[in-house]
Write a protein that binds this ligand. Structure first.
Ligand SMILES: [Zn+2]
Length: 261
């Protein structure tokens, strides 16, 4: 049986704690379905699943308060969130690629390729993924953490930014660190990645070693940035939520473990 992940006005309609609804719970959602895309199974135990953007709420769902996708991640952690995140990313791609960017014709959805095709140009448009780097700059037993200028940003995290056209991920790491805090770095090494569907980033996580320079925050992006001892950190992202939290925790744990030996 197909399961459904339901969205209304870009927010999730949860079935208790779960984003999944058995399709036999509903008699007919077609009348209120604005668009529907298949969510590919990327793990062995995932049931067949479709994402639906509803244009209005049927009476059966009228009592459910739709939840912002990011809030669902913060509540449930990344592992529980990933499928809903993928559904949200695919629906957003579908919504923003309904017309061919070259000739303006209406694209048609091709299943199971999950491509939108322009029938006039015969060009396929695949779901867009935007690669970003996220980097923890380290100086021995200290790490560099920054607070964003974004409204409501209370925690301190790694530096991050989009990879520019023609740029390698490592070049983007060095450029972002220099632009955002004015430091030069070396020994840039890839650690792990995480899809971040807000709306379509892939975060590539790195460590890098400090070389020289004084911290000069770029005012448009960074409210403040400081060196922190690994055992005296400010509020940082949770490892269960983001790769930033994992980079910070794993580095600090490793430093403290080696100090104990
Ligand atoms: Zn076209």
């Amino acid at each position: 049986m197909t399961h459904l992940i339901l969205f209304f006005e870009g927010r999730l309609l949860l079935n208790g704690d779960s984003p999944m609804w058995p399709s036999n719970r509903f008699i007919d959602l077609d009348a209120v379905t604005h668009c529907r895309v298949h969510v590919p199974s990327l793990v062995a135990d995932q049931p067949p699943c479709d994402a639906l953007q509803l244009s209005s709420l049927p009476a059966q769902l009228a009592d459910i308060e739709p939840m912002p996708v990011r809030q669902f991640l913060l509540h449930q952690g990344f592992d529980a969130f990933i499928l809903a995140g993928r559904a949200s990313q695919l629906l957003n791609w579908y919504r923003t690629h309904r017309y061919c960017g070259s000739c303006g014709a209406r694209n048609v959805l091709r299943q199971p390729q999950r491509a939108l095709m322009c029938p006039r140009c015969e060009v396929d448009y695949y779901p867009r993924i935007n690669p970003c780097i996220i980097v923890l700059v380290t100086r021995g037993e200290q790490i560099l953490l920054a607070r964003s200028v974004r409204r409501g940003a209370t925690f301190f995290s790694c530096l991050a930014g989009f990879i520019e056209p023609g740029e390698s991920a490592e070049q983007a790491v060095a450029r972002e660190v220099y632009e955002e805090v004015g430091l030069s770095i070396t020994n840039i090494r890839y650690v792990k990645s995480q899809p971040w569907p807000f709306p379509s980033q892939l975060m590539l996580g790195f460590y890098a070693d400090y070389v020289d320079g004084e911290i000069v925050p770029e005012a448009a992006e960074i409210a403040e940035a400081h060196w922190y001892d690994v055992d005296k950190l400010p509020e940082t992202p949770a490892p269960a939520i983001s790769v930033a939290g994992q980079l910070i925790q794993e580095y600090c744990d490793a430093v403290m473990a080696s100090a104990d030996q």
